[in-house]
Design a protein around this ligand. Structure first.
Ligand code: G4P
Ligand code: NA
Ligand code: NA
Length: 189
């Protein structure tokens, strides 16, 4: 998606440890007109699939999924990362390994909000190691729902996640895929 790539070049900041900061438009401040274009692009890519629900994880996935959902006319469900008194007791769970914290954590969705009838599109901001998406897939699998596709805004192609998910035959599409980041410079696939 050219508009997105242009914005990543203009406003993305490459940090140490191969981290790309996109706080200016995607992860902190939100550029809603760009998010609208992203939503339209996801709809174009997945238009032939009869999606019934979009699934993401809090926090950064929510805004992207919510705006995309307007083009699919379906609800968004976001997996929660913290156990809270307000969350239903009956949940589907996925396990996510955090490379930064070097430990696993759980993500959860109430059993009320996904069923075996659902055809799910997973949406997220980044695909790096693929851990978040695999955790979301566990939730879809546990619910015996159907995983129709995975849409990510930015894929870090030099990390293992994309290959891993595609080897599992998941229908993964990213809107901007980064081949490498050298000396603060971003090179797309
Ligand atoms: P993974 O989900 O692909 O396995 O990602 P990884 O464990 O490597 O990264 C953990 C968190 O960092 C994820 O957010 C992921 O979206 C985000 N992330 C990974 N690489 C980058 C990057 O280069 N830049 C930015 N800005 N984020 C990156 P999360 O823990 O789910 O947090 P949240 O922001 O959604 O709350
Ligand atoms: Na994320
Ligand atoms: Na994030």
């Amino acid at each position: 998606m050219e508009l997105l790539k242009k914005r990543i070049i203009e406003d993305g900041r490459v940090l140490e440890g191969e981290v790309l900061k996109v706080d200016n438009f995607l992860n902190h401040q939100l550029d809603i007109s760009l998010l609208n274009e992203i939503g339209k692009e996801f709809k174009e890519i997945f238009k032939d699939l009869k999606i019934t629900k979009i699934l993401t994880a809090e926090v950064s996935g929510i805004a992207i999924a919510a705006i995309a959902a307007q083009y699919f006319n379906v609800p968004v469900v976001f997996a929660k990362k913290t156990e809270s008194k307000n969350l239903d007791k009956e949940t589907f769970e996925g396990s996510v390994y955090s490379y930064t914290k070097e430990k696993h954590y759980k993500i959860r969705v109430s059993k009320r909000y996904i069923s075996s009838e659902d055809k799910i599109l997973i949406i997220d901001d980044f695909l790096a190691h693929g851990e978040a998406i695999l955790g979301l897939k566990e939730i879809v699998d546990e619910a015996q729902a159907e995983l129709m596709g995975v849409g990510v805004v930015i894929e870090k192609g030099f990390q293992k996640g994309g290959d891993k998910l595609r080897q599992m035959n998941l229908n993964v599409h990213s809107l901007a895929s980064i081949k490498e980041m050298v000396d603060g410079k971003i090179i797309f696939e």
